[in-house]
Design a protein around this ligand. Sequence first.
Ligand SMILES: Cc1cc2nc3c(=O)[nH]c(=O)nc-3n(C[C@H](O)[C@H](O)[C@H](O)COP(=O)(O)O)c2cc1C
Length: 357
Amino acid sequence: MQLFTPITLGDLALSNRVVMAPLTRMRAEANGVPNDLMVEHYRQRATTGLIVTEGTWTSPVSQAYPGQPGIFTAEQIAGWHRITDAVHAEGGVIVMQLMHGGRVTHSEITRGLTPVAPSAIAIDGETHTPLGKRAFPTPHALTTDEAAAIATELATAATNAIEAGFDGVEVHSANGYLLHEFLSPVSNVRTDVYGGSPAARARLGIESVTAVVKAIGAGRVGIRISPAHGIQDVIESDPDETRATYDALIDGIAPLGLAYLSVLHSDPAGELVQDLRARFGGPLMVNSGFGVITGRDEAMDTIANGTADVVAVGRQVIANPDLVARWRDDRELNEPNPNTFYGPGKVGYTDYPALAS
Ligand SMILES: Cc1cc2nc3c(=O)[nH]c(=O)nc-3n(C[C@H](O)[C@H](O)[C@H](O)COP(=O)(O)O)c2cc1C
C-alpha cells in the first residue's frame, strides 16, 4: 500500500504516489486559453499526488494540435491561474508540461507559421487540422541560433507557468516532439553543435533544462523522456547509440538536482531505465507506455518493488476522477472511452462519475 503514502519530489510534496500523466485533450479555446471545462476537469482530479498537465505550447509555432492550450499570452496565463487555484483549493499539486511540438504539426494549426525541427525531414503520415486531414509538411530546419533560442523560449514559458500559479514544470522531451526529435539520429541529421554525435544531439535538451532551472529553480522542474519509443518517426533503433545519447542527456542534467525524471518505457524495471535512474540520482517517475493500460496491480507493484518512486497514470485517471480512492479501497472502475479522448466538449472529459461518498 506504499503507493498511497506521501513522498517529496524536490520542492513538490505529494500526498500519494499516483501521478496524473500528461494527457492532451484538445478542449482549450481556439486561442489556446484554458476554459471552465478544463478548470472542472483538473479540479476533479486533484486527489492524485501530482497532476502533470497536458502538453502546453510555448510559442505559436510550437502548437501541435487544435484545442491545445498555450502558456504564451497573458490571457493564457490568467486562464491557467483559474486551474491552479482550483487544484490548490482541493489540496492538489500541479505542474505544467511544457511542450514544443516541433514538426508534429501543420501551418493550419500554427496560424500560417512553418513548423520547425532539427532537420528538414517530414513525418511520413497525416495530421488533423481544423480544416481537415493533411500530410505532415517538411519543417524548417532551425538555424543554430534559432535552436539555441528554444532554451530561452522554454525558460520564459516556465516563468509564465509560475506566474500562473503552478508548483513547477515538466520539460517534454518525449514522444516525438521537438526535444525528442533532437535526440534521434533519424530526425536529427544536423552537422552543427546540435547534431552529429550523441553528446551533440543531447545538447539542446541539456541547455533547455538548464535554462528552465535557472528561471524557476531545480526543485520544481522535471523532465519526461521516452528512449527507444519509436514514435512519430523519431526512431532510436540502435541500442548503443540510444544509450550513449541518453547517458549524455542525463549526465548533463543530473548535477542540476531536478525534482524528478519521468521515463515512458515498456520495461521500467529493465536495465536501460534503471541505469538512467542511477545516473540521474534523483526521484524516478515511470509509465510503461501505450501498450497496456496502467492498472492497480502494476502501479502498486512498481512502487512496492522499488522500480520507481512514483507512477504516472493516464487512461485510468481520464475515466476515474477519484482514482486514488478507488484503487486504495479496491473499488470498481469506470472504463475509459478512447472515442472521447480528444475534444471538444464535456462528454468523456468531465462527466465520468466519482464514487458516491
Ligand atoms: C489521450 C492521451 C493524450 C496524451 N497526451 C500526452 C501529452 O500531452 N504528453 C505526454 O507526455 N504524454 C501524453 N500521453 C501519454 C500518457 O501520458 C501515458 O504515457 C499513456 O497514456 C500510457 O499510460 P496509461 O497506460 O496509464 O494510459 C497521452 C496519452 C493519451 C491516451
